[in-house]
Design a protein around this ligand. Sequence first.
Ligand SMILES: C[S@@+](CC[C@H](N)C(=O)[O-])C[C@H]1O[C@@H](n2cnc3c(N)ncnc32)[C@H](O)[C@@H]1O
Length: 375
Amino acid sequence: MTSIDEAAAATASMDAAAAATASNEDDTAEAASDELPSELAAWYGEQGLQIARVADLAPRYRYARVKDASETDAIRSTLDAEPVAWLPGFLRMPAARRLKGSAPYEDRRVFAMDAASGYAARALGCNEGDRVLDLCCAPGAKLLCLAEAVGVNGAVDGVDVSEKRLSVARKLLDAHHDPAGAARVRLYRSDGRRFPDERELLYDSRAADSFEQRGARKRLNKSARQREAKRLKALPEEDCAEAYDRVLVDADCTTDGSHAHVQKMVEKGTAVDNVSAERCSSLLELQAALLRNGFGRLRRGGVLVYGTCSLTKAQNEDVVEAFLRDEPAARLMSLEVPPVAVAGSIPGTVRFPAGGETSGLFVARLEKTPNVVVT
Ligand SMILES: C[S@@+](CC[C@H](N)C(=O)[O-])C[C@H]1O[C@@H](n2cnc3c(N)ncnc32)[C@H](O)[C@@H]1O
């Protein structure tokens, strides 16, 4: 067993929710009225949150990310949706409405993505041509936004420890990313605490492009997939250790702010174990290590966004504050608080509350201070 396999095993509980997360935003409307297990409700109480039912976490709106801005008005009227005033490129509709099955969704002119997630991707402030590292990238909605933001001259390296979740990301890319006309996207299976060490390249959109020219992409049988994997391995790779312009650390967490995840875990009977003291403490170590390595991969003057879909202070502000104490080159940058969110308990950070207009999310933005030249 490699250390990547070990790290993947530690997050296996998340895999159950992977498919839901890919279309997650499309399943959140099924607001269950089930009561939470009493231990879980008590755990929320310890975080200062009054959450007794799964439905208390449900966002009021369902969101669609429009891929081509010039189509926004037409798609908006087809979906009978309204624009999200604080987030360009997003439409919202009542949560009970389905996006799946609508023409814009089936024609792949939109994809489902919660607006809080869209905000986190936008907070990175990508520029055309940037090199971006997405350290916990699967199932990949933010990865798609980052790839769009850096354009054809940019590149996004997506890293995740879970092969299963990476295969969902691959499907999203197949559906929504143009390998020839857009950013280069690579997917690596690796432990984000150590990337670029011990990495396995699973997908390269530029290689997929050449594959497509042979008319074979999307219809690969098992032996063709094996040949493709071998070919990817043989490709000369640029060094991933080089400094990135932007890094997203969308860290693994207890997912207690996500209605879709909590609903799945309650159904499966894993929701209480998911917040056990042992799991929470191993997640805290993981989050700190992901943040440390993500920051290490950033160039001077580069920007990192740290986020989780946990509502706890421990997994959010505390992780960021501890990191700022240890890392003199890190500086917290202020984020604008959208009208549907609130300020985090450290100034400059943003919290989207669960059970509000969006899914629950915490977002912090850090800069690696530029070199100071002493004269
Ligand atoms: C919150 S999800 C990421 C969501 C993703 N950014 C998106 O927008 O779709 C957290 C991810 O972290 C991954 N993960 C957990 N431990 C990891 C590790 N040690 N290294 C890299 N990824 C890890 C999980 O497999 C999961 O896919």
